[in-house]
Design a protein around this ligand. Sequence first.
Ligand SMILES: [Fe+2]
Ligand SMILES: [Fe+2]
Length: 202
Amino acid sequence: MYNIKAMLEAVPVKRLAHTMGVRDTSLRLAKRHFPFLENDEVEAAAILHDITKYLTREEHLRLCEDWNITLNDDEKRSTRVLHQITGAESAKRSFGVSDAVFSAIRCHTTGKANMSPLELLLMFADYIEPNRHYEGCEEIRDYYEVLFAAGDSYSLEKAVIKALGMTINEVVERGEFMNPDIINARNSLILKTNANKERSLL
Ligand SMILES: [Fe+2]
Ligand SMILES: [Fe+2]
């Protein structure tokens, strides 16, 4: 059992509303899609996922050096990517989270190939929690709910594919570097959801 109260105290105040939104959304989605997950695990991942969100790039890099985390060039490029790395390590060091919680926090922004239920859950809850208002957010929420209501067994995966597609388009439009894990995550979900269909490989 985790000390959820202590975890909540570690959340930056200006990240609290978003964090509680991710927590509530994760618990709701877990009940629907992954009832075998323990609430404690879902809550810990949600509450701690952004605990290092407001550190500067230099602070992230210093922490990684202190903690002997070797970063590759792709990881060093982006503060968004760095916050998932230091967030996961901080959650482990401060609260002794499980490997499953660690890895969900570790990839919540970029995703990765072959995501676990908790990884997928946290990533999607982070995209659609009620305090999110980015362009396209409502469209993703609706798309997911329609698929789920229709009994699509891949509603969650398909909605994450759509959300990742939006992120990829934005990164391209802004002319920014694309972390390859984003592409790996999307490709892997496409193969998973097409598993029973005839596939064309480009
Ligand atoms: Fe985050
Ligand atoms: Fe977040």
